[in-house]
Ligand binder design. Structure first.
Ligand code: PHE
Length: 440
């Protein structure tokens, strides 16, 4: 059998895994959630949940992948070969198809904005809302940009681990950080920016309610790429000498740092121009372009911002595609090129109804973007995470997992605390989240 590819270096792995984590979730979802849910108080809760739930789940995913040395399905079934665990793995593969098919459509909007800033679409006093709505409801234009984005994603995955994912992550992630810092400096030096900083980070504990906690749990899962096998797949390319817990902490902190930094760009800029920090897509695609349109050299900074958004989305998209491609390579025995091209094409095709439904061209009034997003974030990801911790704690056995982690001098002093969490605490908490997400 051919030897499995491995990451070329620790740094390469960290860039790739952080690249998976850092994406659209950080750049647009995190900042608005913070502002609307009690500012600094939300950040504190997020941090707590990240350490108590996110990092333990990430460790579990890495260790399953490194032990199994295969894609999500193969990793589960190489440890416990039953239809149940094949099914759990397959749910992750399915999540990859579903998430990427809408993620790429949104990322495609971002790519098109790069060109809108190059051509100066937003200069002067234009109606940014009608430009955005015009774009996403157009039947063909967003499909073109979705195709461009999927082509880039497929190209990188096709090149494999070392020459593809690792190489491009090492190039793209430092670029991303540089752009973020530059844009944050620009935003924070605008007149009136500090009011935004205060709105963004002022801790207001009265805003913390039960659904705030649920919202931050969902955000932790999506943002850390958990529950669908991305970290299992990336863990399968890890060498035995890597310190899994240490890397998981580092990757999660990097993810948080970028999310907070993104807020330091978006929120102060919006405040400085007297606009309202609304939610999600509206903020990034309508409010921000208005800000850039009114700023000196706004076209240049707008252009940089959407390059940044595209890079962040791209390194996440390659991890989503890699989950599915690795499945077809290991389990169906396709070669990488065939797997990447076929899967990339299918996901492009799945994105067509997603995009068309934004303009009302749809079946039975379904908004496929909303549907795919809800199925995955409310059901598949929390269920995947729940099954993963049950698998590690009870099926494979926590002791065996600890043994896999503690090799070649890796200590993991908090090993027993981790075991306790994934065996007794997380199954209950995750089950609770799943049920309340479905019925509340
Ligand atoms: N973590 C990515 C983001 O924040 C999204 C993602 C989810 C990527 C699941 C891979 C797997 O945008």
């Amino acid at each position: 059998m051919e030897k499995r590819e491995q990451w070329g270096s620790r740094l390469g792995f960290i860039f790739a895994a952080a690249g998976s984590a850092i994406g659209l979730g950080n750049i647009w979802r995190f900042p608005t959630r913070v502002g609307e849910n009690g500012g600094g108080a939300f950040v504190l809760i997020y941090l707590l949940i990240m350490f108590a739930i996110g990092i333990p789940v990430m460790i579990s995913e890495f260790v399953v992948g490194r032990k199994g040395q295969k894609n999500i399905v193969g990793s589960f079934t190489s440890i416990k070969k039953t239809p149940l665990w094949y099914g759990v793995g397959f749910m992750g593969v399915l999540s990859g198809f579903l998430i990427l098919s809408f993620y790429s459509v949104i990322a495609g909007w971002g790519v098109s904005y790069i060109f809108k800033f190059i051509t100066g679409t937003f200069s002067g006093n234009v109606d940014t809302e009608s430009i955005f709505v015009g774009l996403i409801t157009n039947p063909t234009q967003p499909l073109f940009w979705h195709l461009v984005f999927m082509a880039m994603t497929t190209f990188i995955v096709l090149k494999g681990i070392g020459d593809g994912i690792e190489k491009y992550s090492k190039l793209l992630m430092p670029t991303l950080l540089g752009l973020l810092v530059l844009l944050a400096i620009r935003a924070l030096t605008l007149d009136g920016a500090w009011e935004g900083v205060i709105w963004y980070l002022k801790p207001d504990f009265s805003e913390i309610k039960a659904d705030t906690i649920l919202a931050s749990l969902g955000q932790v899962f999506f943002s850390l790429s958990l529950g669908m096998g991305a970290m299992i797949t990336y863990g399968s390319y890890l060498s035995k000498k890597e310190d899994i817990p240490g890397n998981a902490v580092l990757i999660s902190l990097a993810d948080l740092l970028i999310a907070v930094l993104a807020g330091f760009i978006i929120i102060p800029a919006v405040f400085a121009f007297g606009l309202e920090p609304g939610a999600g897509a509206g903020l990034v695609f309508m409010t921000l372009p208005a800000v850039f349109g009114a700023m000196p050299f706004g076209n240049f900074f707008g252009f940089l911002f959407f390059v940044l958004l595209t890079i962040a989305a791209l390194t996440s998209a390659i991890s989503l595609l890699e989950v599915v491609v690795a499945y077809f390579i290991d389990e169906v025995k396709w070669d990488r090129k065939k797997a990447a091209l076929i899967v990339g094409t299918i996901i492009f095709l799945m994105g067509i109804p997603v995009s068309l439904s934004q303009g009302g061209i749809t079946i039975a009034n379904i908004d496929f973007l909303d549907l795919f997003d809800k199925i995955t974030s409310l059901v598949f990801l929390p269920l995947g995470g729940l099954m993963t911790v049950i698998f590690v704690g009870w099926v494979w056995g926590g002791k065996n997992a600890l043994e896999e982690i503690r090799q070649e001098g890796v200590k993991f002093e908090l090993g027993n605390a981790w075991l306790f969490l994934i065996k007794y605490v997380l199954p209950i908490v995750l089950l609770y989240i799943l049920i309340s997400g479905l019925f509340l």
